[in-house]
Design a protein around this ligand. Sequence first.
Ligand SMILES: [Zn+2]
Length: 271
Amino acid sequence: MGSLLAAVASYLDARAHHGRWLVRMEDLDPPREIPGAQDEILKALEAHGLNWDDEVVCQSTRAELYETALAKLADMGCVYRCRCTRRQLQGGIYRGTCRNRNVPREEAHSIRIKVPTGQIAFTDLNFGRVSQDLAAQLGDFIVRRRDGLHAYQLAVVVDDDEQKITHVVRGADLLDNTPRQIYLQQVLGCDTPAYLHVPVITNANGVKLSKQSGAVALHDSQSGGNLENVMRKLGHPPPSTLKGAEVSELLHWGAMQWRRKRLPTHLDPEG
Ligand SMILES: [Zn+2]
């Protein structure tokens, strides 16, 4: 239900603005991928009438694009090799330990980008002004992991640019990722899309509902009821005349009625 909420929000926002709605598989971490999960996601989208435009893009097949962006960052002197292990760092802010170490290429390393001091700010279409001081709150962040996998932040920025994304509509759990992405866009010379974050559904402990947190799977056979449910949460409750309507009708109504200012920034926990 949590994933459906973000999917429906982005779908309706795209349709309401006569845009195209694109699906991207953010499957950068092959070991964590569950076989068949992608087919299941696409099947669920179809069952809920969420028809996408263009071909589905899979990040797992785009390493070359991400490497090209990394090379560009390296040419500009914006990135460096870091030999620190997660255990050495114990979370928290990265203090730039390896900035001037010149860690040899042969040594196991991640790649970090130098961040500037000062606020990176943007105006979210739902949450308003959001800003973050990357240096003070995060430190130089990883763009390629020690195991060679590209970081989500880098991949997303490269893909958004390559796919000419104008509007990103997604869950608010990614709100605090956005300043990092905007910084990467600035360094790489990419346009910054408009951002619209929608609240995430959480359980009583404030944990985002997902398969990992034990949420029940969606039943495609209840697609109409599922849509009604998330549209209500998004501040767009379908009228009683649409009770039992086809998913296409519900979505059509939703796109016609869509007003960003009706979106909530918070949802009461489930259960
Ligand atoms: Zn380091």
